[in-house]
Design a protein around this ligand. Structure first.
Ligand code: GCU
Length: 677
C-alpha cells in the first residue's frame, strides 16, 4: 500500500471507534445474482470490508443475520424486488443504498436497475466507510449526470505515452491478447470506483495499425477484461487509414469505396467487441489528415464514420482542437470559426469534443467560446488530466479547482446560469452527453508518477459523474482515502491541494498569460522564444511584450476574439473596468504602468504574482513537513523531494520570466521583491 499501487482503494484498517460502529452494520455479504459484474462487486466488498474491519466478512446466499449487506437488482433477487424500491429514476447506471429490514434482520441494500449500477453502489458503500461516514440509517440514491465518462489514453503502440509522465503505456501490446496482466483488472476497478465508463486506448495522433486484425484481437482482450466493470473501449483512428491499410487512393469521406471500407472495418471490430464504444478523431489538426484534404467539412468526415458505427450503436467523438498555420486569424478564434457554421450538420451519434479553453490546456484559460455556440450539437468537454503544462508529475497541482472553474463558468448562452456544466449535461435531443480526460496513467508502480497526481484521476471521475460536484469535497474524500483519517492530515492536505493550482498559475503564467512554456516538451519557462516555424507556437505570440506593455488584445481593437462570447460575457471580459485580473492579459494589451484595480502598476502586480507563486510552494513544503509524523516514510520522502523540485522550478520560472519581461519594460524591480538568487 505504501508504494501507491492501491490508489484510493487502500482499505486500511479503520480506527477503533469506527471499527466498533461499522462491524455491526457489515456482518455478511449477500450477493443477489451471479454475473461477472456482481462477482466483481462481491469481491470488492470482501476486500474492502475485510481490509477496513481487519477481519474477513462472511458471504451468504441470503440474509440470515443483522448487519447483512444485500446487493443486486430486483430482477435477480426476490428479496430486493419485495422491498419495492424507487429505482426507476436512476436509469441504467444509478444506484440506491438503504438501511432496510430483510426477513426480520437489519440489513443494508445496494440496489440498481442494472448490475453495473450495483457495482457503483458497492464502491459508494465502501467509500462511506473510507471517508468515515455512518453506514446505518442510510438512504442514498445517485446517478451520473453524463453518459460518456471517458479516459483518453495518448498511448502509442510502442508504449510511449505522448505527454505521459508515469512510465510506459499500461497496455502491453506485445503480450496481448494472451497475457491478461492482473493490472488491467486493477485499472478497471479504479475506474469503476469513480464511475469512469470508457477508455480510448490509443493516442489521438493515431497510428493506422491499431485497426489491423492483429491489434483488434488485442483490443478485444482488453475489452473482455474491462466489460464487467462497465468500461467500453474506444479507439482513436487515423482518417487516412483506408489508404494506409486498405490500399485505396483516397480517404475522401464521400467516396463510396472509402465509406465501404470504414463500414467493413466497423463490422470487423464489432465482430470482436460487440459493445465497442466508437471512434475518437483528431482530423485536420497539427498535421493530421482529415476531410478538408478533400475539400470536405468536419461534418462530412464525422458523419461518414458515424454511419459506419450507427448500425452497431457506436459513437464518434470528433475533436474541435483545430488551428492552422495558414490561417492568419488569432489561434484562439479558429476552432469556433470552423465549427460554429457546422452546428446542426452532424449525425445524431456524433459528439464534438471541445477542450476546456480555446488554446491548449494551459494552467488557466477562459472557457472555450464553442460552449454555448452550438445549440444543436452535443458537446463533449475535453480536460487534460496529465499535467503537460502544469509541471509534469512532480509539481503538486490539484486540477479539481481548475476544472470546476470551467464547469462553473457562465456562458450566458441561454440566459444567466448557462454554465458549461449545464451545457454539457444537455444532449441536444440525442441522449448523448460526455466528458473526456486525457489520462495521466502509466505503468509506474503508483500509476500516475506521483501520489498527488492520483487525485487528478480521481477528481476527473468524480466530476464526470457529477460536473457540479465540489472540488473541495472531492479533495477531502480523496485525502481521507489515500492518506489518513486523522483530521489534522485531512485538513492540511485538502488545504494544500485547494491552493496548489493557483500557485502554479502565479509562478508560470499569472494575470492571464498563457503558453509561455519551453518549446516541445513544455517544461520550464520560455517567454522569449520567437523563432519557431509556426508563429502561433511561439510564446511571444501570446505575451506580446514590448517596450510599451504586455498582453494579447482580443477586444474589437485587436483580434476581437471577445465577439465569440455571448454579449454579457464579451462585455465583461472586453472592458478593462470589469475584466477579472486573472484574464487581464488574455484579453488586453496594457502598458507596464497600467493601474490595476488594486492601485498598483501592472509591472509591480506581475512581479508580486511571481513572488507569490514561489512563496506558495514554500508554504506547501512547510505544510507537508508538518505531516512527517503521520505519513509513511516512503510516500513522505517522495513528496518531500518532489516539492523541492517544484520549488526549484518555481524559482526558475519566476526569475527567467521577470528577467525577460524586464528587458522589455526597462523598469526597476519593486521594493520588497526578493532579488533573484
Ligand atoms: C497538445 C499536445 C499534443 C497533442 C495535442 C492534441 O498540443 O502538446 O501533444 O497532440 O495537444 O490535443 O491533439
Amino acid at each position: 500500500a505504501e508504494d501507491g499501487y492501491d490508489l484510493w482503494l487502500r482499505y486500511q484498517p479503520v480506527g477503533q471507534q469506527w471499527r466498533d460502529r461499522y462491524a455491526s452494520a457489515a456482518t455478511q455479504i449477500v450477493a443477489a445474482g451471479d454475473s461477472p459484474t456482481i462477482r466483481a462487486a462481491a469481491s470488492e466488498l470482501s476486500r474492502g470490508l475485510g481490509g477496513m474491519l481487519g477481519r474477513g466478512v462472511a458471504t451468504a446466499s441470503a440474509v440470515t443475520r443483522d448487519g447483512a449487506v444485500l446487493f443486486g437488482t430486483p430482477a435477480t433477487s426476490a428479496a430486493i424486488a419485495a422491498l419495492d424500491l424507487p429505482l426507476a429514476p436512476l436509469g441504467d447506471e444509478g444506484y440506491l443504498i438503504r438501511s432496510v429490514d430483510v426477513d426480520g434482520h437489519r440489513a443494508t441494500v445496494i440496489a440498481a436497475n442494472s448490475d453495473i449500477g450495483v457495482l457503483y453502489g458497492a464502491f459508494r458503500f465502501l467509500k462511506l466507510m473510507q471517508t468515515r461516514q455512518p453506514i446505518d440509517g442510510l438512504d442514498i440514491s445517485d446517478a451520473p449526470k453524463l453518459k460518456l465518462r471517458v479516459l483518453d489514453h495518448w498511448d502509442n503502440l510502442d508504449r510511449h505515452v505522448e505527454r505521459g509522465y508515469a512510465g510506459l503505456s499500461l497496455w502491453d501490446w506485445f503480450t496481448l491478447p494472451q497475457w491478461h496482466n492482473p493490472r488491467y483488472t486493477d485499472y478497471a476497478r479504479a475506474n469503476a470506483s469513480i464511475g469512469i465508463n470508457g477508455a480510448v486506448l490509443n493516442n489521438v495522433n493515431a497510428q493506422a495499425e491499431i485497426l489491423t486484425p492483429r491489434y483488434l484481437d488485442k483490443v478485444a482482450a482488453l475489452a473482455d477484461i474491462f466489460r464487467p466493470y462497465g468500461i467500453k473501449v474506444y479507439l482513436s483512428v487515423k482518417f487516412s487509414a483506408p489508404i494506409a491499410l486498405g490500399g485505396l487512393k483516397t480517404a475522401d469521406p464521400l467516396d463510396p469505396k472509402v465509406r465501404a471500407w470504414w463500414q467493413a472495418k466497423a463490422d470487423q471490430i464489432y465482430a470482436r467487441v460487440p459493445d465497442f464504444g466508437g471512434f475518437l478523431v483528431k482530423a485536420n489538426s497539427e498535421g493530421q489528415p482529415g476531410p478538408q484534404d478533400y475539400h470536405r467539412t468536419h461534418a462530412d468526415g464525422a458523419n461518414m464514420l458515424a454511419a459506419a458505427l450507427k448500425p452497431h450503436g457506436g459513437v464518434v467523438m470528433w475533436r474541435a482542437f483545430v488551428y492552422s498555420q495558414h490561417d492568419s486569424e488569432d489561434r484562439a478564434k479558429q476552432a469556433y470559426n470552423e465549427f460554429k457554421p457546422l452546428d446542426g450538420k452532424f449525425a445524431d451519434n456524433v459528439l464534438v469534443q471541445v477542450k476546456n479553453g480555446p488554446i491548449d490546456f494551459q494552467p488557466r484559460e477562459p472557457f472555450h467560446p464553442l460552449f454555448g455556440a452550438m445549440p444543436k450539437t452535443p458537446l463533449m468537454l475535453e480536460l487534460q488530466v496529465t499535467k503537460e503544462y502544469l509541471g509534469f508529475n512532480t509539481h503538486l497541482a490539484y486540477l479539481g479547482t481548475m476544472w470546476a472553474e470551467t464547469l462553473d463558468a457562465d456562458t450566458h448562452a441561454h440566459g444567466p446560469g448557462t454554465t458549461v456544466a449545464r451545457l454539457i449535461e444537455n444532449g441536444k435531443g440525442t441522449g448523448l452527453t460526455g466528458i473526456a480526460g486525457v489520462a495521466n496513467i502509466g505503468n509506474d508502480r503508483n500509476w500516475t508518477g506521483s501520489e498527488f497526481d492520483q487525485a487528478n484521476w480521481y477528481a476527473f471521475g468524480r466530476l464526470a459523474w457529477n460536473p457540479q460536484a465540489s472540488a473541495e469535497h472531492i479533495a477531502r474524500d480523496w485525502t481521507r482515502m489515500t492518506w489518513s483519517e486523522r483530521p489534522q492530515v485531512v485538513d492540511t492536505i485538502t488545504a494544500m491541494m485547494m491552493r496548489s493550482r493557483e500557485a502554479v498559475v502565479d509562478y508560470m503564467t499569472p494575470l492571464g498569460l498563457a503558453h509561455q512554456m519551453a518549446t516541445g516538451h513544455h517544461h520550464g519557462p520560455g517567454p522569449w522564444v520567437s523563432n519557431l516555424g509556426r508563429p502561433e507556437w511561439n510564446p511571444v505570440y501570446y505575451n506580446r511584450a514590448d517596450g510599451n506593455g504586455i498582453g494579447f488584445d482580443r477586444t474589437a481593437s485587436g483580434s476581437d476574439a471577445i465577439a465569440q462570447y455571448a454579449p454579457p460575457v464579451a462585455a465583461e471580459f472586453g472592458s478593462l473596468k470589469t475584466v477579472p485580473d486573472k484574464y487581464l492579459l488574455w484579453f488586453h494589451h496594457v502598458p507596464w504602468t497600467y493601474r490595476m484595480k488594486s492601485g498598483e502598476t501592472l509591472w509591480d502586480a506581475l512581479i508580486e504574482h511571481y513572488d507569490r507563486g514561489v512563496q506558495a510552494v514554500a508554504g506547501l513544503q512547510r505544510d507537508w513537513a508538518s505531516l512527517a509524523p503521520f505519513i509513511d516514510k516512503r510516500r513522505f520522502d517522495e513528496e518531500t523531494a518532489f516539492l523541492e523540485i517544484q520549488h526549484q522550478d518555481a524559482l526558475w520560472w519566476r526569475n527567467a520570466s521577470i528577467a525577460y519581461f524586464q528587458s522589455k519594460s526597462q523598469l526597476p524591480l519593486p521594493a520588497g521583491h526578493a532579488e533573484p538568487p
